[in-house]
Design a protein around this ligand. Structure first.
Ligand code: ATP
Ligand code: MG
Length: 228
């Protein structure tokens, strides 16, 4: 991993089943807006919130991610969660990252609005606000006005908006940044549905990912008709 020398590292975890332009564009905009040195894409080996049965193999998801980020030297794919035993818990992953990255590396955990508003259901979720800066990505259908409500109810009433940093800040916990990323109503669920129905997914995913999906005939069986 070339990340050893980096100082501000973004982390985008997800199932990436498959990766799409919603993930990639949001990551690019966060990289620029917060002046990060790089972004690590970490596919979940065994996502706690999703039934394992319906998810594409880790190798395929990881391969598609690698193809998708190949032309952006500041993006990297990590198979860390496959190497960790058991379910893929973000708190464990972030702790592990702090061990393996160069000392002094500051972590920025990117999370879409939909996932952010469900963070309180994640294992040891409070710890996330101590281990890493958080960056909330806007996503159509999920109102940003819920961010302070969520923080107050589930994390701490001491989080307060600080306009100059574009973040909710706290006296002891780490900031929660809100980036004004482009709204892109793209989801992997929709892509799987389109592929399963023989419809085009062009311009929703990078061309290399499109070719990989077609070549391996992914998402074509009826087991893909699931919604999550
Ligand atoms: P699925 O429909 O299978 O849940 P997804 O499109 O939500 O797939 P995930 O792999 O679940 O993709 O998402 C990983 C992370 O990226 C999550 O934090 C999610 O909120 C965020 N994300 C996904 N799509 C977008 C998007 N279009 N805009 C902003 N954030 C997104
Ligand atoms: Mg999702």
């Amino acid at each position: 991993m070339t990340s050893e020398i980096r100082k501000k590292m973004g982390v985008l975890g997800g199932t990436f089943d498959p990766v799409h332009y919603g993930h990639l564009r949001a990551a690019e905009e966060v990289l620029e807006a917060l002046g990060l040195d790089g972004i690590l894409f970490i596919p979940a080996a065994s996502p706690p919130h999703k039934s394992q049965a319906g998810i594409e193999d880790f190798e395929h998801r990881c391969e598609m991610l690698k193809l998708a980020v190949a032309d952006q030297p500041q993006f990297e794919v990590s198979d860390l969660e496959r190497r960790l035993p058991g379910k893929s818990y973000t708190a464990v992953t972030l702790r592990k990252l702090q061990e393996v990255l160069a000392e002094g590396t500051e972590l920025f955990f990117l999370v879409g609005m939909d996932a952010f508003l469900e963070l309180h259901t994640w294992w040891h979720y409070r710890e996330l606000f101590e281990l890493s800066n958080l960056v909330v990505l806007r996503r159509p259908g999920h109102d940003e006005e819920w961010i302070p409500v969520f923080l107050r109810e589930h994390v701490s009433p001491l989080y307060a908006w600080q306009a100059e940093s574009g973040a909710f800040v706290h006296p002891r916990m780490l900031p929660v940044f809100v980036v004004r990323n482009t709204y892109l109503g793209i989801s992997s669920t929709r892509i799987r549905w389109l592929a399963a129905h023989g419809k085009s997914i062009r311009y929703l995913v990078p061309h290399e990912v499109l070719r990989y999906i077609a070549g391996k005939r992914l998402y074509q069986s009826s087991s893909i008709h699931r919604v999550r």
